[in-house]
Design a protein around this ligand. Structure first.
Ligand code: ATP
Ligand code: MG
Ligand code: FE
Length: 348
């Protein structure tokens, strides 16, 4: 099988081509620069950008993989969750391609894509693992068996903001612009992560063990900035960024390692845009080493949205013998992650 993956859930237009677990090539375009002046993704602008970028980006992916469009045997596309207007463009493109080539189409859950990204770098997932998904819209600790065959168990999610959302909001607060994660990371390089002791929410005994909350942290940063400004003191952006980052990372790593140990597992997988964060990668590695836990994190370029990760899910679905989705299915912009395929097959 030669599987074409299509991603358009947010501001990245991605096409990737995967065969038997191997990434053959990909193309990626981003409209991030067009959203910068608004401080966040504008759905209508994202949709138009996908429409502009689709054909050229597909061409890039085919050239990168060294295959012809006619070599594609299956198509997989993000069908949710994401911005409705954005998902619709990629899904429509995927349906058109599948129909024109007369090949099967698989609707894919975007977050399963984030998880599958790791298989492109590190091979098949173990029989059972804990996956921490940390992205712009989600923060969840998942207990995963076979990513495409088995139901996915949510051990905990966030009560309010996602970790990536917290990065984006704090970046705006500090005047660092959009997208916030990379901007905070850059600023934090020069900062002291112990300069401010920001709250680590939900870590007290009695708190839900795998549940997150990041809105209090964002408020604490806002209060710190306000009181410094009111006092006429300079705002130490680097120290605040580093201390904020440390607080987020601390909670993420503590809770996911706790899940690995509670389930007597030996592998932690961290995926999603925030997994590109250098401090998260370093702290997770250190604590996993100390705990004798194997840590898997995709290379940075596969952490943020891309088409390769969607192709990876499609390839896994094909190889697991899953039946294709019909060409008539609708996008599911607010889909919860229960299984990798969307819509969920009957009886799943
Ligand atoms: P979702 O996957 O939940 O639908 P999304 O697709 O918008 O949301 P991703 O592309 O997975 O999210 O990740 C984008 C998020 O990752 C943004 O919030 C961004 O700030 C954050 N991010 C990207 N790079 C870094 C980094 N180096 N450090 C911290 N956060 C980062
Ligand atoms: Mg993005
Ligand atoms: Fe994403």
């Amino acid at each position: 099988a030669v599987v074409l993956g299509v991603e358009s859930s947010c501001d990245e237009t991605g096409f990737g081509i995967v065969s038997e677990g191997r990434l053959l090539g990909q193309g990626l375009a981003s409209s991030a620069a067009q959203h910068a002046e608004f401080g966040g993704v504008v759905p209508e602008i994202a949709a138009r950008a996908h429409l502009d970028a689709a054909a050229p980006t597909l061409r890039l992916a085919l050239a990168d993989a060294g295959v012809e469009l006619g070599d594609i045997t299956h198509v997989a596309a993000t069908s949710g969750p994401g911005l409705a207007t954005a998902v619709h463009v990629g899904l429509a493109a995927a349906k058109s391609i599948a129909w024109a080539l007369d090949v099967p189409l698989y609707g894919v859950h975007h977050l399963a894509g984030h998880a599958a990204a790791d298989t492109l770098a590190h091979g098949p997932l173990p029989e059972e693992s804990i996956i921490l998904i940390v992205s712009g819209g989600h923060t969840s600790i998942l207990h995963v068996r076979d990513l495409v065959r088995d139901p996915i168990e949510h051990l905990g999610d966030t009560l309010d903001d996602a970790a990536g959302e917290a990065f984006d909001k704090v970046a705006r607060l500090l005047g660092l612009g959009y997208p916030g994660g990379p901007a905070i990371s850059r600023a934090a390089l020069e900062g002291d992560p112990t300069a401010f002791s920001f709250p680590r929410a939900m870590l007290r005994p009695g708190d839900a063990p795998y549940t997150f909350s990041f809105s209090g942290l964002k408020t604490a940063v806002a209060r710190t900035v306000e009181s410094l400004e009111r006092a006429g003191e300079p705002v130490p952006v680097a120290d605040i960024a580093a201390s904020f980052e440390q607080a987020v990372v601390d909670v993420l790593v503590t809770k996911s390692l706790r899940a690995v140990q509670a389930k007597c597992l030996s592998t932690l997988v961290i995926v999603g845009g925030v997994a590109a964060n250098a401090r998260l990668r370093a702290v997770a590695q250190e604590r996993c080493d100390a705990a004798g836990v194997e840590l898997r994190i995709p290379p940075m370029s596969l952490c943020t949205d891309n088409g390769a990760m969607i192709a990876a899910v499609g390839d896994l679905l094909v190889r697991s013998g899953a039946g294709p989705s019909s060409l008539g299915f609708a996008a599911d912009p607010s889909a919860v992650l229960h299984g990798a395929q969307l819509p969920l097959p009957e009886g799943f």
